[in-house]
Ligand binder design. Structure first.
Ligand SMILES: Nc1ncnc2c1ncn2[C@@H]1O[C@H](COP(=O)(O)OP(=O)(O)OP(=O)(O)O)[C@@H](O)[C@H]1O
Ligand SMILES: [Mg+2]
Length: 363
């Protein structure tokens, strides 16, 4: 899919912006604090209705204003969508083709973007729950059923945790009820496990090669780490074995709520041993792998947004990344220095410059 243009009104440091994109490579140049990240963020917000930075929606409204507006035209394989988002004190309001959509869940995922930003690398250093959240979104993007299962799983997990706080193992009715909850819990846990396991296998079929073509090093893998496997019996046995501990901690200790996803470079955990450049290259390789996997599963490519990805990378890696960009995937790159992008690639791209929230044709 392609974003043909986007219009911003009172968004961050933009008063009014109207920018068109070409279907292939778009380069946005600008000094620090001119609005490069803000522009990519606006495209992201148009797709998912909130920022990729953990901030309040209110921060998106230009200082001193009451509302902010984004509108974009999206061309998909079989349809064209005009998407609109209005943010104000009363919340956010979305429209598709000028028709108001009441449920945000019906709006989200009509447009798909994959974004790399300075923030993306933090995922490696943060807690497992950050990575679970991240991969939940990625898996949901390519499979709507996963989101439904995850919602059901979270409901039963909450019920189970509530019950663990009050359970009396000497009461027959309590143990009967636990059995019923466990049955449902096991069912959904295994489904989540299988989705995550398959996703990681699929990503790995691209990730290692992608990392190699950027860095020249073999051996990058994403590992799915879980305290369960795909056996119903094993999970039930583990739950039974740990029930006293769970009652003591008053929470569920076994299941996909404890999963993690870790990057390994030749069996060394990248978060613990990787250099800044390696981590950056690994996350860029992940994003590019996601583009391929999404395209393969959904049959239309997502829009790739790469914010300031060149810092901390040497010239070879910069060029290798650019060489890996696919003509069919619409890509929007920001950079402070156009010299980061070699002449041949620049010539074929659509180049803009941004100064203080205003757009100029690029050199
Ligand atoms: N709600 C807002 N209203 C007005 N200005 C804002 C708002 N939020 C952020 N800004 C301003 O937007 C400016 C541009 O920010 P942005 O992050 O897009 O810069 P950038 O071009 O990506 O810079 P860098 O190269 O340093 O990453 C900053 O000066 C910031 O203070
Ligand atoms: Mg920026």
């Amino acid at each position: 899919m392609k974003i043909k243009n986007i219009r911003l009104k009172n968004y961050r440091n933009y008063d009014n912006l109207n920018i068109s994109f070409c279907d292939n490579l778009n380069i946005i140049i600008g000094d620090n604090a001119q609005g490069k990240t803000n522009l990519l963020e606006a495209i992201y917000v148009l797709a998912v209705t909130k920022s990729f930075l953990s901030i309040n929606d209110h921060n998106l409204i230009k200082f001193g204003n009451k509302c902010s507006f984004i509108e974009g035209l999206i061309e998909k394989k079989n349809s064209t969508l005009d998407l609109e988002i209005l943010l104000n004190d009363n919340g956010k309001f979305v429209k598709i083709n000028h028709k108001e959509i009441k449920k945000l869940s019906e709006y989200i995922s009509k447009m798909n973007v994959i974004i790399f930003s300075a923030d993306s690398i933090r995922m490696l250093k943060e807690s497992p729950s950050t990575r679970r959240k991240y991969f939940n979104i990625q898996i949901s993007q390519i499979n709507k059923r996963y989101l439904k299962m995850l919602t059901d799983y979270n409901i039963i997990l909450r019920q189970r945790n509530e019950f663990l706080k009050i359970i009396d193992m000497n009461k027959k009715t309590d143990t009967d009820y636990l059995e019923i909850i466990n049955d449902k819990y096991v069912d959904l846990s295994l489904k989540i496990y299988n989705f995550r396991d398959e996703y990681v296998k699929n990503i790995n079929s691209y990730l290692g090669n992608m990392f190699f073509s950027i860095t020249g090093f073999d051996g990058l893998k994403l590992k799915y780490i879980s305290n369960i496997d795909n056996s119903r019996d094993n999970l039930l046995e583990k739950l039974n074995k740990n029930i006293n501990k769970e009652i003591q901690y008053k929470m569920t200790l076994i299941g996909p709520n404890r999963d993690d996803f870790c990057f390994y470079l030749n069996d060394k955990n990248l978060s613990l041993y990787g250099s800044q450049g390696q981590m950056r290259s690994a996350i860029i390789a992940l994003k590019m792998s996601e583009v391929f996997l999404f395209t393969d599963k959904v049959g239309d490519s997502p829009i790739l947004l790469l914010d300031d990805m060149f810092s901390e990378l040497d010239i070879n890696k910069r060029n290798n990344i650019l060489a890996n960009l696919t003509h069919d995937v619409q890509t929007i790159i920001t950079t402070t220095d156009i010299d980061n992008i070699n002449e041949n690639i620049r010539k074929k791209a659509n180049v803009y410059e941004i100064k203080d929230g205003k757009l100029f044709p690029g050199k």
